[in-house]
Design a protein around this ligand. Structure first.
Ligand code: DX5
Ligand code: ZN
Length: 226
């Protein structure tokens, strides 16, 4: 089931970083091989937590060359797409549950020259987004209930990944599969063998004394070399 032609990418989640030391932590992680920066935007309505918004994304853009992977956990994301593009997003993920305009929002994101992605919460069946796949560059499978870092990985989400991977392959589409929530060295390789190629990791990187080692360990375990 693994997808050898897709590069495995690590996306550290900013939510768990040391906010007094963001710039240096990001440069250490980029150097360690993390290509994406996962930015969790929460509005206190779609999820029961508030994080940060476009001003922070914009200010990081000046000093960070990583690919900005913006995960919008906000209701009616169509209201803020332009703002996050202006702030420097390279990929924007919206939640299937957050709007009834998914298709047009995904098309709009692409029309602006950046990558579009859709995410599903753990209880949302993956079949709900099959009609959107032609308009997605990536699908984000949540492996925890969105809203907070530091939760435990839900292993049953691997079945969802496998189903999605099968659908993508059957339709000959070129779509990345990202997973988010509770990812660490114990499950990264399982995710990749189910079909994932983009791994988000927050506390399993920033919660470690040496974040560069933690990032390399996750990447290597995902590639099956640890
Ligand atoms: C949860 C967020 C995640 C979170 C992951 O709603 O979408 O990106 O930061 O954190 P960990 O890796 O600690 O589960
Ligand atoms: Zn996220």
């Amino acid at each position: 089931m693994s997808n050898p032609q897709k590069k495995i990418i690590l996306a550290p989640s900013l939510l768990a970083c040391d906010f007094s030391n963001i710039r240096s932590q990001l440069s250490v992680l980029h150097e360690a091989g993390a290509e994406y920066l996962h930015l969790d935007i929460m509005d206190g309505i779609f999820v029961p937590n508030i994080s940060f918004g476009q001003p922070l994304v914009k200010s990081l853009r000046n000093s960070c060359d990583m690919i900005f992977d913006v995960h919008l956990m906000i209701t009616k994301p169509e209201r803020y797409i332009d703002d996050f593009i202006t702030a420097g997003a390279d990929i924007i993920t919206i939640h299937a549950e957050a709007t009834d305009k998914c298709l047009s929002v995904l098309k709009y994101i692409r029309s602006k020259g950046i990558k579009s992605a859709v995410s599903v919460k753990p209880k949302t069946p993956i079949t709900e987004i099959y009609s959107l796949l032609d308009y997605c560059d990536m699908v984000l499978i949540m492996s925890v209930e969105p809203g907070f870092g530091g939760q435990s990985f839900m292993p049953e989400m691997l079945e969802k990944v496998k189903e999605l991977k099968k659908q993508i392959d059957n339709r000959n589409l070129d779509i990345d599969i990202e997973i988010d929530g509770g990812i660490d060295i114990t499950n990264a390789a399982l995710c990749v063998s189910a079909g994932v190629n983009v791994l988000v990791a927050g506390s399993s990187i920033f919660g470690k004394p040496d974040i560069a080692v933690a990032a390399r360990d996750i990447l290597e375990s995902a590639k099956g070399v640890l």
